[in-house]
Design a protein. Structure first.
Length: 266
C-alpha cells in the first residue's frame, strides 16, 4: 500500500466517524444489515463471538482484527458463555478500498496492549468531542493502522478454514438485500424478490422480518432515506440528481417523502 496516498485521503475520502467500546451481553445478536460507504474495523479485547458476512461466519477471538467492507451484509453475534468486549471503528469511506487490507488477522499477544491503548484513547475522544482535535484522532488512527498492517505478514492471518458456511436459508436473502440497497434505488416488488429467493411471498416476508426486524418496504425506505441524508449533507448534488438516485420521478415528491420520513423518525 502506498502509505502517502492512503493518508492523504484521511478526512476527505476516509472519514473516521465513530469509535466505541462495546462489552456485549451473552448471545447479543444484531440484525442482518449493511451500510453504504461505511467500513467497519473491529478489534476484540476479550471474549468471543462471530461475525457473519453474507453466507460466511468469521470467528472473533481476543486480539482479532476484522474488516467488514462497505456494502457487505453482516451481523455480529456474541458468545453465550464468554461474550466479546470489542472496539468498533466506523469509517465513512469514499473511493477504492486498498486490496492490501486484510479480511481478518490475529495480533500477537505482545502487541495487543499498545493497540488497545490507541483504541481506548480514540473512544474517549469521541465521548468528549469538544476536547478532541482532528489531528490527534487521525494521528492515533495512523498509529493503529500502521501497527495492524505491519503485523499482517507475521500475525496469523485468517484463511478459509477459519470460517464456516452460514445458513443456506439466510444466504438466499442476499439477492434481496442487494436489490433493496441501491443506489440507484428502484423498489423491485416483493413478488419478484420472493421468486428469486425461491420462496413463497408469505415465507419470504416472514423470514425477512425475522432477520431485519422490519418489513421489506420499511427496510427499503430506511436505506433510501439514509442515502438521501448523506447526499444532502455532502452539498454536492442537485435536488433533481438526488431524487433520481433515490427513485423519485421529481424533486417535489422526493422532498415531501424525505421530510415526512424525518418527521416520523425523529
Amino acid at each position: 500500500m502506498e502509505f502517502r496516498d492512503f493518508t492523504s485521503r484521511f478526512g476527505k475520502e476516509i472519514i473516521l466517524s465513530r469509535v466505541n467500546f462495546l462489552p456485549a451481553s451473552p448471545l447479543l445478536c444484531t440484525n442482518l444489515h449493511s451500510h453504504f460507504n461505511v467500513l467497519h474495523i473491529t478489534c476484540v479485547k476479550k471474549g468471543r463471538g462471530i461475525c457473519r458476512v453474507k453466507d460466511k461466519i468469521w470467528k472473533l477471538v481476543p486480539g482479532s482484527v476484522h474488516f467488514v467492507m462497505p456494502g457487505e451484509i453482516h451481523r455480529y453475534i456474541a458468545d453465550n458463555k464468554n461474550p466479546y468486549q470489542i472496539y468498533f471503528l466506523h469509517f465513512t469511506w469514499y473511493g477504492t478500498v486498498p486490496n492490501e487490507l486484510p479480511r481478518q488477522l490475529v495480533i500477537p499477544a505482545h502487541a495487543r496492549k499498545r493497540l488497545y491503548k490507541y483504541l481506548h484513547e480514540l473512544a474517549e475522544l469521541f465521548l468528549k468531542p469538544e476536547e478532541a482535535s482532528a489531528l490527534r484522532k487521525y494521528g492515533l488512527l495512523a498509529l493503529f493502522l500502521a501497527d495492524i498492517l505491519s503485523f499482517a505478514d507475521e500475525a496469523r492471518t485468517v484463511s478459509i478454514s477459519d470460517y464456516i458456511s452460514g445458513s443456506s436459508q439466510d444466504a438466499k436473502l442476499n439477492y434481496a438485500f442487494e436489490r433493496l440497497y441501491g443506489p440507484p434505488f428502484q423498489f423491485p416488488g416483493i413478488d419478484e424478490l420472493a421468486e428469486h429467493c425461491e420462496m413463497s411471498r408469505r415465507k419470504f416476508t416472514a423470514l425477512f422480518k425475522k432477520i431485519t426486524g422490519m418489513s421489506v418496504r420499511e427496510y427499503y425506505l430506511r436505506n433510501v432515506m439514509t442515502y438521501a441524508a448523506m447526499m444532502l449533507e455532502s452539498k454536492e448534488f442537485s435536488i433533481k440528481a438526488m431524487a433520481s438516485q433515490c427513485g423519485y420521478a421529481n424533486s417535489q415528491n422526493f422532498l415531501h417523502a424525505y421530510k415526512k420520513y424525518r418527521l416520523k423518525n425523529k
